[in-house]
Write a protein that binds this ligand. Structure first.
Ligand code: DAH
Length: 332
């Protein structure tokens, strides 16, 4: 009986060493050491042996079991190491590799989107202006008709730059302060767009980022009407997305425009994307910037570029736009 046990154990040990996958090994483990295995069968026969034989057969059985259990554990470790190596090889990314027929890198989706939007507006006769990301209370709020204690200041969760009281320096919460800078430094007619990065002190999720991007549009001239605003929004939307997209305006409130509206873009499937705000530039804002509201009127709008690009390219989680993963970035 002891010879049988040793023979069976040796054969089992060879099969364990030859197991090619972890699944195969688990099946073998059950077959060779489980309740219905040959080795377990010997245990049942032991009852019929005399006590001396029972002791030696028992010892041989234990030795065989322990040897096989150790063999299974050792083979499992080997197979796991092989699997880990294969996984690492499959997921390996060589960030220094330059692949034939392909540039070493390209502009980020957001940069591409800004360039495309700027091209569209330049084609409509606009110029492009930029302003600082760290700005003062005057440009971000006060000149835009947010009074010192205006509740709308709370609408925009602001990051303040820690320079002590009074808290006068902010990370701009929108690109609208660039409107102020353009109006302060130029005389009408003004036809400008202002792309840039903005900051909000709020939690990020699939549809919100604390650092995101906006494009602002400002027109100041004689005889500018709400009709010019609505048609400009519709023109740029169709130019960016294609003719199947429509726009609508909904009444809203912003301190720096009167009347104000929010604008939505309708996708070909009928669903709506809330994109931005707009309105006729408030007379107080024109005066704050040295422009006579009796002579000039204007419209403005601003929208989130991350959302715009995400909609067009089917990015469902805005946080992906901040990912450094080339597998994401390469798609655009
Ligand atoms: N600055 C606004 C925001 O970030 C958006 C906006 C609303 C811009 C109305 C405008 C405007 O130019 O006229 O929420």
């Amino acid at each position: 009986m002891i010879d049988d046990i040793r023979r069976i154990a040796a054969a089992a040990s060879d099969r364990i060493a030859a197991a090619g996958t972890i699944e195969e090994l688990s099946t073998l483990d059950r077959e060779l050491l489980g309740k219905t295995s040959e080795l377990t069968g010997f245990k049942r026969q032991m009852g019929g042996l005399d006590p001396d034989d029972r002791r030696t057969v028992g010892a041989a059985l234990n030795e065989a079991r322990e040897g096989l259990q150790a063999a299974v554990a050792a083979r499992r470790q080997e197979l796991e190491a092989i699997a880990a190596k294969q996984r690492a090889a499959a997921e390996r990314l060589d960030l220094t590799e330059v692949r034939a027929g392909r540039d070493a890198g390209h502009l980020h989706l957001i940069t591409q989107s800004f360039e495309e939007l700027e091209d569209i507006f330049v084609g409509l006769g606009f110029t492009v202006a930029e302003g600082p990301e760290v700005d003062d209370d005057w440009h971000n709020f006060t000149a835009l008709n947010f009074g010192k204690h205006h509740p709308a200041r709370d609408m925009q969760d602001t990051f303040f730059v820690d320079l002590g009281e009074p808290r006068e320096v902010v990370m701009r919460t929108h690109t609208s302060p660039v409107q102020v800078r353009v109006m302060e430094s130029q005389v009408p007619p003004i036809y400008s767009v202002m792309p840039g990065r903005v900051y909000r002190n709020e939690a990020t999720d699939a549809t919100h980022l604390a650092v995101f991007h906006q494009l602002e549009c400002l027109v100041v001239d004689e005889g500018i009407t709400f009709g010019h605003l609505a048609s400009t929004i519709d023109r740029f939307t169709k130019a960016y997305f294609g003719p199947g997209y429509n726009t609508r305006l909904r009444p809203a409130y912003f301190p720096f425009t009167e009347p104000s509206a929010e604008f939505d873009v309708q996708r070909p499937d009928g669903s709506w994307l809330e994109l931005g705000g707009c309105g006729m530039v408030h007379p107080n804002v024109l005066s704050n910037c040295g422009i006579d509201p009796e002579v000039h009127t204007g419209f403005a709008f601003g929208f989130g570029v991350d959302r715009l690009a995400a909609t067009r390219y089917g990015v469902t989680d805005l946080r992906e736009l901040t990912s450094p993963d080339v597998r994401f970035l390469e798609q655009f």
